[in-house]
Design a protein around this ligand. Structure first.
Ligand SMILES: Cc1ncc(COP(=O)(O)O)c(C=O)c1O
Length: 392
């Protein structure tokens, strides 16, 4: 089946946080929203059909999964990522952020340090603070348009900052790095040395561009598997975020017991019938859809890069190795970030994520989601070009 990713869907009046909350955010109703990481594409056909079947049954009682659910998830990670999970490792949760917050509460005490690598997905910092833990930052180094890890600083903070947990964003949102095995190994070894548990947020693992390969942290060696909580979810891959389903893998039984105990303490009972069915169906049948989608996203990336180079040379593009997010450096303009934000929101009528949301290291950057029909991307870039004409 050939999927048509050029098709523009009307997402207004669907409760979408991307399309239905312009007014509340001080934005014009014809704003193009390219901020939050969900895609303007319908999920795979098999998924939407399955959800229709469930809806038409009409009875939505408490639900759980049988072996076939685990098998679908297992087979996906085994086949596409070489990650061999075991059924007893899996914990189903309503989301990755929920799971990271659970890990923070399970494996650290108030006041203890949680390590992140800014600029990074901003809910990390928010949940660390909301749980009264200390944010410890190993800022990524931005060198010649590329982000790399400062390993000396990584070790220094592990040694000195009472760090209990490291939230590894792999692939990294927003800088788009797909970490190399060597990089993961150095970080993993240091975490073992200093008794720091790794929470690997691998939600973007299925989006890698040609010549880049995602390496699941826990697949590197048994010691890493025993020292990690690996967070996966079909939500980014198949555009199912509103169905709130994540699969967390914890090979170490002691860690898993602590983690599940914290979940029970919240009163959370189980996932929705729709989320569970969508997850199993997507992993079982969604590969062809994803493969076509990745080709489309790659073309979107090439289009955006070419357009920006030609028309907006002051914006530097950080070449992404993965994710469908593009991290753009606006420091070529001699303008305050506040001023750039106003131009983007009010003049260009675009809704992007401003860089400093991801930490002060993101100042003067903007994150743009390119997982939309090409026409929307073209319109957005044209608006940006027009709004920035005459600005130096
Ligand atoms: C790195 C990262 N982790 C987690 C999430 C959200 O996951 P969830 O909706 O399952 O909490 C996102 C969404 O953009 C993300 O980019």
């Amino acid at each position: 089946m050939k999927y048509d990713f050029d098709k523009i869907a009307n997402r207004k009046n669907t409760g979408s946080i991307k399309y239905d909350f312009f007014h509340e955010n001080g934005l014009a109703e014809d704003t193009i929203p390219l901020w939050v990481a969900d895609m303007d594409f319908s999920a795979p056909y098999e998924v939407t059909e399955k959800l229709k079947d469930i809806a038409s049954h009409g009875i939505f009682g408490y639900s759980d999964t049988k072996d076939s659910y685990y098998e679908a998830v297992h087979d996906w990670f085994s086949k596409y990522h070489g990650f061999e999970t075991k059924p007893e490792w899996m914990v189903k949760t309503p989301g990755v952020v929920f799971s990271i917050a659970t890990a923070i509460r399970s494996f650290s005490e108030e006041g203890e340090g949680i390590l992140i690598q800014r600029p990074v997905y901003y809910p990390f910092e928010r949940i660390i603070k909301a749980n009264n833990r200390k944010v410890v930052n190993n800022a990524l180094k931005y060198e010649n348009g590329k982000y790399v890890i400062d390993f000396d600083d990584f070790e220094r903070v592990l040694k000195n900052e009472n760090v209990k947990l490291f939230i590894l964003c792999s692939p990294h949102n927003p800088v788009g790095r797909v970490w190399l095995k060597e990089e993961l190994k150095i970080m993993g070894e240091l975490c073992l040395k200093y008794n720091v548990i790794v929470v690997a947020d691998e939600i973007h693992c299925d989006f890698t561009y040609p010549n880049h390969q995602h390496i699941p942290f826990a697949s590197i060696c048994d010691d890493f598997a025993q020292n990690s909580i690996v967070c996966t979810s079909p939500s980014k891959t198949f555009n199912l975020a509103g169905l709130q389903t994540a699969n967390i893998f914890i090979a170490n039984n002691t860690l898993k017991q602590k983690f599940t105990k914290s979940i029970h303490a919240t009163g959370f009972g189980g996932l929705s019938i729709f989320g569970l069915a969508a997850c199993e169906t997507a992993y079982r049948f969604g590969n062809e859809w994803l493969s076509q989608l990745k080709d489309y996203l790659y073309d979107n990336l090439c289009f955006a890069k070419e357009y920006l180079k030609r028309n907006l040379p002051n914006i530097r593009i950080i070449e992404p190795e993965g994710t469908y997010l593009l991290w753009l450096d606006f420091s070529g303009y001699d303008l305050e970030e506040r001023h750039i934000n106003d131009i983007i929101r009010q003049k260009a009528r675009l809704w992007l994520d401003e860089g400093s949301l991801f930490g002060s290291e993101g100042k003067n950057f903007q994150r743009i989601n390119i997982a939309c029909p090409r026409k929307i991307l073209k319109d957005a870039l044209l608006r940006l070009k027009e709004a920035l004409t005459d600005i130096k």
